[in-house]
Write a protein that binds this ligand. Structure first.
Ligand code: KIV
Length: 284
């Protein structure tokens, strides 16, 4: 059985230039696969709104959904560092609400850390959660919960001025007490600069190779999510095709009588069939 990594291990990995492997997971079976595959860290992301529930975005997701999924992921990956993602309106309105909801991830789903979106404008919440003794991962750059304000799911920090704002967010989040930072959809130079300046692990999703580790959404990586594929995604397989083909074969085999076969049947215990026939003769 492998030993679960701690926040100190991630700092050590950064220091040694060892990349951190990070992936989303939303359910028990995927979490077991991820642990078997040796992932360092799992994010129970509110992207489950799109990937599991079929919503258009992440905004409708609520805390209870996150807790149910985080709990299942923890059971599937008992020896993996699990980060719970705070959904829209679970932390924005006050620091008190933020602490309460962050605490639920630890108490009800045994998560190791929480993640929340935003930079300068949510430092009060980061400070309060961190003061409560909870490990916080910041999330800056493209922040999907505020994609309306950003004009859609668009890359951020592509001009010098915009990149400076991303950097200021990174500093603010770190100074407020975040122990890790996720940077989404910014140019590699910007993420690389931030990772070089900050002494906390800086994870990249769509922000180039220079972060201290990489995150992808599992539904993208395995080719399960069909609605759209961001530029930064690499599909490592196409389970949508594999599953659809399996289902088509199943239908075809039922229709042609190829399924089920002898080996799929439970036969009666020897001698019971004859008795059954006799019994049925007298049945009404
Ligand atoms: O919910 C999620 O999976 C995320 C990633 C998009 C970073 O927050």
């Amino acid at each position: 059985m492998r030993k679960k990594k701690s926040i100190h291990d991630f700092y050590e990995m950064k220091k040694n230039g060892e990349k951190i492997t990070f992936l989303t997971a939303y359910d028990f079976p995927t979490a077991t696969f991820a642990e078997d595959a040796g992932l360092d860290m799992l994010l129970v992301g509110d992207s489950l709104g799109m990937c599991v529930y079929g919503y258009k975005g992440t905004v409708p997701v609520v805390m209870d959904q996150m807790i149910y999924h985080a709990d299942a992921v923890r059971r599937g990956a008992p020896n993996t560092y699990v980060v719970g993602d705070m959904p829209f309106m679970s932390y924005q309105s006050s620091a008190e609400k933020a602490v309460e909801n962050a605490g639920r991830f630890l108490k009800e789903a045994d998560c190791d850390a929480i993640k929340l979106e935003g930079g300068v404008r949510i430092t009060d919440q980061i400070r309060a959660i961190s003061d409560a003794g909870i490990v916080v991962m910041g999330h800056i750059g493209l922040t999907p919960q505020s994609s309306g304000q950003l004009g859609g799911h668009k890359a951020q920090g592509r001009t010098a001025e915009a990149a400076k704002l991303v950097y200021e967010d990174a500093i603010a989040v770190k100074e407020a007490g975040a122990l890790m930072l996720l940077v989404e959809a910014v140019p590699p130079e910007v993420c690389g600069f931030i990772a070089g300046q900050l002494d906390i692990p800086v994870l990249s999703i769509g922000a180039g190779p220079e972060g201290d580790g990489q995150l992808l959404i599992v539904s993208d990586l395995i080719g399960q999510f069909q609605a759209f594929t961001p530029k930064f995604v690499k599909k490592y397989c196409n389970v949508a095709e594999i599953i659809t083909n399996a289902m088509k074969s199943y239908c075809e085999e039922i229709r042609t009588g190829q399924f089920p076969q002898e080996e799929h049947c439970y036969h009666m215990i020897q001698g019971e069939e004859k008795k059954f026939v006799e019994l049925m003769k007298t049945a009404k």
